[in-house]
Design a protein around this ligand. Structure first.
Ligand code: MV4
Length: 502
């Protein structure tokens, strides 16, 4: 039985994990860097240990200091969250060696799924569809050219040690083949210390659909249906939803079975994700496996009714899965918006700074997983994710309305956020109609960016006109209602005037 967990992470996910620990009567131990002395995850935990300077390479990636803190605290287990050390096989191995339970899969599963060529081979063997391409790393350039002619252009050259869009090259013309292989190789050796690359047929406008899986240490594996993650920008997910608007019940069952087969082929235990790309004809292909809890896990939790962190902890304790595949169902619809501290008007540049004011959205069907508070300074050192806004409703259109309401009610000042951009997506026809793929943001860029010109100017003009109106009424004291100034009146007046002037 696990009694104390060290969370080797920060921000919203550290708090997310601690919430489940508290419900399970498990003590939580936070770790923090210099920049995180005042972070919410430190306050939420039962104990906290300083692990080094602000750069993550010296703190959240510092294996010695994290293991040291776990031993000093007497933690039985470490939860890695996502990012940082969560998919580091050596760290998982080190935990085991120190007699600390790593709440995640075995080092073997992490390393074999981390190597994309090994993962591809394993999936082919398990009968899981993969994108047509090479099974072995490319060694000979002339052989590569003939292989590409066999597959047919366009193709993608991918680094075996890559993933999430790193070390990839799209090749459209025969003349570009060799230079693309060479540049992918040199990028891969620099980034990952491994220059192995392989070839896949390019799937033109794919959907990104992933399946959540859970597997125990006794060989039982289940899937918890899909998440549609196609709304992304430069390989950064922006919005996720479940069920996927693209999915049919038949396709869901078929892909779900393949996801379970994939987990079994990886000898997997813990929570994991099987990523697929799906083309317009509903052909689907295994892309990669994520061997960790994902940012977007809450939408699955809401629709399936499972606490994924609790399941991770139970699995780590060696317990058998109690959930049965045939008892699981998707109930209603959930959408997640990722709220980033970035400026959509300045090419999504990070916008760190002090939170002057925050009003979090609440109410029926709303979950808000965050970590910031008034007066908190968002550090420059880490991911600019502030929080995740998750809504649930019985149907997709109601979930969209609820997300609009929640985004409207969400106020943060002091920094710029992606909230207005997300609100604009909720008004975009292709999103409303569920008619989108991974090119959604670029395909709708004009509409999504028009918000800036209108939205921002509208706000400014509303404020200025409202102020003059207010002042005028103050001067001639006509703005008194029972002796009190009616604030909502001038705000409304300013808005109407601003709309008229535009
Ligand atoms: C692809 C592809 C098309 N064809 N592979 C991007 C991230 C990495 N996980 C794999 N990626 C892709 N691989 C083939 N053979 C298109 C993408 C891709 C993508 C995939 C999922 C989500 C968003 C994406 C955005 C651009 C490209």
């Amino acid at each position: 039985m696990i009694k104390k967990v060290l969370i080797a992470n920060r921000g919203e996910i550290a708090i997310r994990v601690m919430r489940s620990c508290r419900e399970m009567d498990i003590a939580s131990v936070a770790v923090y860097s210099e920049a995180d002395r005042n972070s919410m995850h430190v306050r939420y935990a039962d104990e906290a240990f300083f692990i080094g300077p602000s750069p993550s390479s010296e703190s959240y990636l510092n294996v010695e200091n994290i293991i040291g803190a776990a031993k000093q605290a007497g933690a039985d287990a470490i939860h890695p969250g996502y990012g940082f050390l969560s998919e580091n096989a050596k760290f998982a191995e080190r935990c085991e060696k120190e007699g600390i339970i790593f709440i995640g899969p075995s080092p073997f599963s992490i390393s074999s799924m981390g190597d994309k060529i090994t993962a591809r081979k394993r999936m082919i063997k398990a009968g899981v569809p993969v994108v047509p391409g090479t099974a072995e790393p490319i060694t000979d350039e002339t052989l590569a050219i003939s292989k590409i002619e066999e597959i047919g252009l366009p193709v993608m050259i991918k680094a075996s040690a890559g993933g999430g869009g790193k070390g990839m090259r799209l090749v459209k013309k025969k003349a570009d083949i060799l230079s693309s292989i060479r540049s992918a190789r040199s990028e891969a050796i620099t980034a990952f210390g491994d220059d192995a690359v392989y070839i896949e047929k390019y799937i033109e406008s794919p959907h990104h659909i992933e399946f959540q899986i859970l597997a125990d240490k006794h060989g039982n594996a289940i899937h918890l249906f899909e998440r549609e993650c196609s709304v992304q920008r430069r390989h950064q997910k922006v919005i996720e939803e479940t069920p996927s608007p693209l999915m049919t019940p038949e396709l869901r069952m078929e892909m779900g079975s393949h996801a379970v087969a994939a987990a079994k082929a990886a000898k997997y235990y813990g929570a994991g994700t099987i990523e697929f790309i799906v083309d317009d004809n509903l052909n689907y292909y295994f892309l990669e496996m994520n061997t960790r809890l994902q940012v977007e896990h809450p939408i699955t939790e809401r629709v399936v009714g499972v606490d994924l962190v609790k399941e991770q902890i139970r699995i780590a304790e060696g317990k058998k899965l109690e959930l049965k595949q045939e008892e699981l169902e998707q109930f209603g619809h959930a959408i997640e918006c990722r709220i980033y501290a970035e400026d959509p008007d300045k090419n999504f540049m990070p916008s760190p700074g002090v939170i002057k004011h925050i009003t979090e959205p609440l109410g029926l069907g709303v979950r808000h997983d965050g970590y910031v508070y008034e007066g908190y300074e968002i550090p420059i050192y880490y991911d600019p994710l502030i929080s995740k806004l998750i809504v649930w409703a019985k149907t997709r259109p109601e979930a969209i309305d609820r997300m609009k309401r929640a985004l409207w009610a969400y106020k943060i000042t002091g920094i710029k956020t992606s909230i207005p951009f997300l609100a604009r997506i909720m008004e975009t026809n292709d999103f409303i109609n569920g008619n989108y793929n991974t090119h959604f943001i670029e395909d709708n860029a004009d509409f999504l960016m028009k918000r800036q010109a209108c939205g921002k100017r509208c706000e400014d003009i509303a404020l200025i006109t409202a102020y003059f109106h207010y002042k005028e009424r103050l001067d001639n004291s006509s703005g008194k209602k029972n002796g009190v100034l009616d604030k909502s009146d001038w705000k409304d007046f300013g808005r109407k005037l601003a709309v008229k002037r535009l």
